[in-house]
Design a protein around this ligand. Structure first.
Ligand code: GAP
Length: 453
């Protein structure tokens, strides 16, 4: 991917949140009713961005691999799933409350868990607060009809282990992947779409021989780090951090996080855990159905260990957005300079790959540009824009991260049947005949790192 030597090192979150709203990436949810706090809706460009992130993940984790298959399990599962998995009893954070200002905090997120960070008052003793959302299935609200919204997609995979084995004849090492919504009643959601109560996860459970777990764990940590690099995230903004023993989840033997350097500091982007045989064993015990693999060659039955790369689609979208943000001084038509805001998205996550622009809203240029757009949108994520001056429109496309613009001008219709391709990062313009346009766009996008076109 073309790198500008003068990339902005850190961006203020206020700028990200403001651009996201202005350009239609992310809106505050229920805004006309005053909002609902730490809940967000994705606008037209944000929906495309998140879909591209999920597609890129699915392509690399499922489509391009022989050893991983997909699944789409239900959000509501039998309550016994969450009892067996340990979530009903143990999926909790320590909640502390300030008696003065009534604010609530996660004790493990505070420098001093005994004092309110706002007014210094002594906080209450921590009590464990279960993060699962409760609901009722059917018209009667009693204990028998109580259910939970899933706090992770992983359990839907474990309870389908046998179904997938029987349907596909997969053999360890193999994986089952899924993307879907998860829900956690977080005590302190925040940092825009980083931590929310409703979010999407992209998880893969990779089943391996128990004596091969560590090798596969190392492999997946490296694979997942490489995925972010391949999609243009700057290496110096990523690091891998192994969990200390006291941080491990109740199911984990070892976990490493891929962390991203967010504007407020390093934060977890993705966790890669060694879940051992914990989940399959617990579900076998609770359901009475044996969840194991019979290796015919070795004439041996074993419960596989599980390596789990687990990533939030929203958190990944935020990392791509923050990492892409750049500002630079660019020349204006009148000979001065102005600040150019540009999202340097990798072309495979960019919501718009090619924007088609007539030089002006002229009666001959508009139909010609619309025809180019109609052709290109069959093969590319394309957009059309004819409002305001061409300079303003280039800036607008820079601000939403379109890697390429195609401009239709008077020469196109009067002389050469050619158009101008403008590169977002270098702002270089080249003339290309309409008959070669698609091939030229593909070539340029590949030069910018695309594997999709
Ligand atoms: N199945 C394992 C699991 O759920 P996790 O570390 O709790 O592990 C995995 O979650 C990923 O899901 C995190 O690394 C993060 O990207 C995302 N995630 C977790 N909680 C989230 C939240 N409240 N809001 C947004 N994303 C979240």
């Amino acid at each position: 991917m073309a790198e500008s030597p003068l990339r902005l090192e850190r961006v203020d979150m206020v700028k990200i949140v403001s651009l996201a709203k202005r350009r239609g990436f992310v809106f505050p949810a229920s805004e006309i009713y005053g909002g609902i706090g730490s809940t967000w809706d994705y606008g037209p460009l944000g929906a495309e961005l998140k879909r591209n992130v999920k597609d890129a993940w699915w392509r690399s984790m499922v489509t391009e691999r022989d050893d991983v298959v997909g699944l789409d399990s239900a959000i509501l599962q039998h309550p016994k799933v969450w009892e067996a998995s340990g979530h009903a009893a143990g999926f909790a954070d320590p909640l502390v409350e300030c008696p003065e200002c009534r604010k609530r905090y996660r004790a493990d997120h505070l420098d001093d868990p005994e004092r309110c960070p706002d007014d210094g008052a002594a906080l209450s003793a921590p009590r464990m607060f279960n993060l699962m959302f409760k609901t009722f299935v059917g018209p009667v609200e009693d204990e028998a009809s109580q259910a939970w919204l899933r706090p992770e997609t992983a359990q839907g995979i474990f309870i389908n282990f046998d179904n997938v084995l029987n349907a596909t004849r997969m053999k360890p090492p193999f994986g089952i992947a899924q993307i879907g919504k998860s829900f956690r009643n977080e005590i302190t959601p925040g940092n825009f779409i980083f931590r929310t109560r409703e979010f999407e996860q992209m998880e893969m459970e990779y089943f391996v021989r128990p004596d091969e777990d560590e090798r596969h764990h190392d492999y997946w940590i490296e694979q997942r780090r490489q995925w972010f690099l391949d999609l243009g995230v700057r290496a110096e903004h990523l690091r891998v951090r192994a969990h200390e023993a006291d941080e491990l989840s109740h199911y984990s033997k070892a976990t490493s996080d891929i962390e991203y350097r967010f504007p407020w500091g390093w934060g977890e982007l993705e966790g890669i855990a060694n879940r051992t045989d914990f989940d399959l064993r617990r579900h076998s015990e609770a359901s009475g159905k044996q969840l194991a693999y019979f290796d015919q060659q070795a004439n041996e039955r074993y419960v596989p260990y599980v390596i789990e790369p687990a990533l939030g689609a929203d958190r990944a979208a935020l990392a791509f957005l923050v990492d892409a943000y750049d500002e630079e001084q660019a020349p204006t038509a009148s000979g001065g300079t102005e600040t150019r805001t540009v999202l340097r998205f990798h072309p495979d996550v960019a919501p718009v790959q090619v924007a088609v622009l007539p030089l002006s809203r002229n009666d001959r240029l508009v139909p010609a540009a619309r025809e180019v757009y109609a052709t290109l949108r069959r093969s590319f994520a394309a957009a059309y824009d004819d409002a305001q001056s061409i300079g303003r429109r280039y800036r607008r496309q820079d601000e939403v991260g379109a890697p390429l613009c195609v401009t239709v001008d008077f020469e196109t219709v009067e002389q050469d049947n050619a158009v101008t391709i403008r590169n977002r990062d270098t702002m270089a313009q080249t003339r290309v005949g309409l008959s070669e346009l698609e091939a030229a766009l593909r070539e340029r996008l590949r030069e910018m790192g695309s594997r999709r076109v």
